[in-house]
Write a protein that binds this ligand. Structure first.
Ligand code: UD1
Length: 413
């Protein structure tokens, strides 16, 4: 649980660490090579720990070294995913492509993860089938036979991040060339491409809607530092704005945050943006704003909840439309407990912002939990936030980062 006393301004400077959504597929891709790989600044998140545990059960040797986490997949010999870990982590589905690439077969269970919509994996499976993989679904298990794996043209019906990454990873060791059309353009895909190329793979176009992979027969080892976390950056910016604070973020890729900084400007924040640094000041009166979540480069769905919390702390009516996931407003009910006025209709939310009051609330998912923290920081009085282990999935000790920035927040119980 977190205990938060609201009303303190966020002020100071933070270095943003590596992105969960970059690290998880990169860790999955380490099984593609028999040489050791070191991931620098691997964030201490429960999702990352679970992914490392999955690699370990598949036979990889994992070691914490002064340079980072070292993964040696040379001895990996299993292609069956442990069921209990798969259920805890949606990103366990990222193992499918790499396992097929390495072992030409895989057995996985349907993945778990945040309850934010149906989150099917049909696009992953369709993409892998296009690469010649035979897939059988039986009793909640997925059996893949990749003996006939080869490069192909893959058309995604929707630019799914996970499906793009899975097909990319399966194609790296396939014979021939693969082209993914209507690929997701998220920066984390560009980062996965950079990592694979560091290992000696041949991927181009990552970050555009057309990714090309030329298959290679083996990969080498590497030292790699994954991309900075644009969602953590956006969360901290929203917290600073909601508390009318001042924040300097370092080690960010500002060009990946364009839609976010644009919204904060629309809300009346003052922003100075350099290549790897963002300075926000929210001293004046803020204005309501409109958000419509979209695949990158649109406004990220992973910041929708945090910006709803910000909207609750700004007088006037803000409008939020969630286009990526069909069930991603669960945090609204908890924000209402803090006095928020939110009207919901399907994918639309209208927030009439004003004063928030501290309350006892429950995180229902990772980003929704972060939104409750932001609301609590902006609220009058004390809040208690339960289920913060969901927040630990994607933020490394969020309470410590916020305390250093002047917030009154403590982990209890
Ligand atoms: C990734 C991110 C997640 C983010 C999301 C959208 C990681 C580890 N997670 O999740 O934080 O919220 O991108 O930016 O990187 N869909 C299908 N069929 C599929 C796959 C997806 O219909 O086979 C639908 C989903 O239900 C959803 C939409 O496509 O409505 C977007 O999902 P996708 O881009 O695949 O998200 P994830 O890769 O799961």
């Amino acid at each position: 649980m977190y205990r938060v006393i609201g009303g303190r301004r966020i002020a100071g400077e933070v270095r943003v660490g590596c992105a969960k959504n970059a690290v998880l597929p990169i860790l999955a891709a380490t099984i593609l090579t028999r040489e050791p790989v070191t991931i620098e600044d691997c964030p201490e998140l429960s999702d990352v720990k679970n992914m490392l545990a999955i690699l370990e059960t598949l036979g990889c040797h994992i070691q914490a070294t002064p340079e980072g986490v070292r993964i040696d997949a040379g001895c990996a010999g299993r292609y069956e995913m442990p069921e209990h870990l798969s259920k805890q982590l949606r990103s366990s589905i990222f193992m499918l492509g790499p396992l097929i690439g390495r072992f030409r077969r895989a057995k996985v269970t349907y993945p778990g993860g945040c309850e934010i919509g149906q989150r099917p994996i049909d696009l992953h499976l369709k993409g892998l089938r296009a690469l010649g993989v035979t897939i059988r679904e039986e009793h909640g298990m997925i059996y893949c036979d990749g003996q006939k794996l080869r490069g192909a043209e893959v058309y995604l019906d929707f630019p799914s991040v996970g499906a793009t990454e899975n097909v990319m990873m399966a194609a790296v060791l396939a014979r021939g060339e693969t082209t993914i059309h209507n690929a997701a353009r998220e920066p984390e895909i560009r980062d996965l491409q950079d990592f694979i190329n560091c290992l000696g793979g041949c991927v181009r176009g990552g970050g555009t809607d057309c990714v090309r992979i030329r298959g290679v027969s083996t990969l080498s080892g590497a030292h790699y530092r994954p991309l900075s976390d644009r969602i953590v950056a956006g969360t901290l910016l929203a917290a600073a704005a909601a508390t009318r604070g001042e924040l300097t973020l370092r080690d960010v890729v500002s060009s990946d945050l364009g839609a976010v900084t644009d919204k904060l400007r629309q809300a009346g924040c003052d922003l100075q943006v350099e290549e790897d640094k963002i300075v926000l000041s929210a001293q004046g009166k803020l204005k309501p704003f409109e958000i419509s979540t979209q695949p990158f480069p649109g406004f990220p769905t992973d910041l929708q909840a945090q910006f709803m919390a910000l909207a609750c702390a700004i007088e006037g009516a803000s409008v939020i439309v969630e286009n990526v996931f069909e069930n991603r407003f669960a945090h609204a009910a908890q924000l209402r407990r803090m006095g928020a006025d939110i009207f919901l209709s399907n994918r639309l939310a209208v927030v009439r912002g004003g004063r928030l009051q501290g309350a006892q609330v429950q995180a229902g998912d990772l980003r929704g939990g972060a939104a409750l923290v932001i609301a609590a920081l902006a609220a009058e009085g004390e809040s208690v936030i339960e289920n913060v282990e969901l927040i630990d999935r994607g933020y490394a000790s969020l309470e410590k980062t916020l305390s250093r920035l002047g917030a009154q927040i403590r982990r209890i119980g």
